[in-house]
Write a protein that binds this ligand. Sequence first.
Ligand SMILES: [Fe+2]
Ligand SMILES: [Fe+2]
Ligand SMILES: [Fe+2]
Length: 418
Amino acid sequence: MASINPFEIKKEKTEDDFAPLGELWYRPYTADGSNPCSALRVLLACCTESASVFLKHDLVARCAAADLKREIALLARAEQFQQEGLSLFCREKPAALFYALFYEQLNEELTAAVAQKETDEYVKAAFDFALAEDCDHLYRFSCLIKAESDADAKEITGGITEIMPGRPSISQHRYPFDDVRRFVPFALSGVKTWIHLFAVAAVKRRTLDFYTNAGYLCRSETARRLFAEIALTEEQHLMQYDSLSDPSLSVTEKLVLCEYAECYLYYSAYAEETDEKIKQLWEKRFLREAAHLQKAAQLLKTFENKDYKALIPQENFPDPLSLNDFAEKNKPYIRKVLKETIDLTAVLEDYAKADEIPQNYAFFKYNGKVTRPTEKVASHSVAEKLIERDGKDYRFEESPHPVPEMRDRTRDNTRAGR
Ligand SMILES: [Fe+2]
Ligand SMILES: [Fe+2]
Ligand SMILES: [Fe+2]
């Protein structure tokens, strides 16, 4: 697909986003039998629309000029309309646990996809670090779903993502000082890194909200406990991503970047969508976002007297971001990341092997406190209980686990990474 300049797309009115409420209702999308990546793209778009709404609320709180606030409110309402339409479109599933699998799968596949395109090594390391942990989350929820309903997580996730232990969830509980990273100057990293961080943090924020708010919808105590435990680690990931953000960007600069990112993500979704009906939806959304982007560029000029070209000198989109590339690229990439990073933890703004840092370090104190006693930690007990019942855990591996210590399916490894 030829690269395009979204600033040159024919402009539409922002009010065109507003629709009669009765028309917001789409029949929930059924992914059964179709490309499972389409369903992931729908969920990703839900996440980015949510993030776009919340970013605008944050920006309104940061600006004094009433006329700028009104313009941001107008855009925020447009995003909320988009968000509602997509949420109604999401797959209908009988239990919150199914959505835990979808969120983890999206976290894993999206993070792997952006990490492979990321040129800033420090940001890439942050993606890899969280990736190894989301991989474990998917595994823990898959064990739970197997134990509670005998459902096969591979069938639910469409067989495109391997399911195996990552850096054990029990090792992920770190002291808050170790979740903060150095900020990445926008002037050096550029718009591509900004888009990657926007997308990954958008999914992370909604995943955190989901675990925080949907735990009480689960019937079993184990599921509720697992939701609560994983929510804690998702908050750590989100802190990592938020702390990478450049604090010097102004309100209207952030507005332009957000709209550019939304535009690019719909363009990417359109480029690889195989479901014709959904492809039309991406096209419409792309045009709406191009209108938002042009409006934001105008606000940057009016309120800061800055040209958008100073922010985005290469206006044409980078290559589309692919979520269809799982088999070829993501699977070997995720295996490589697990192999290279499973025994890492964070030490202030950097990473180190857990067995090479002093035993009196804050991580060990914090982790020791919140994971005591081990048998009461939900992420560990879901695997152990399944092993007790079936003689082995649940996995979907196409070849042996890339880390030899994680190959034993009759004992949960609680040592790696701590
Ligand atoms: Fe949007
Ligand atoms: Fe996760
Ligand atoms: Fe937008």
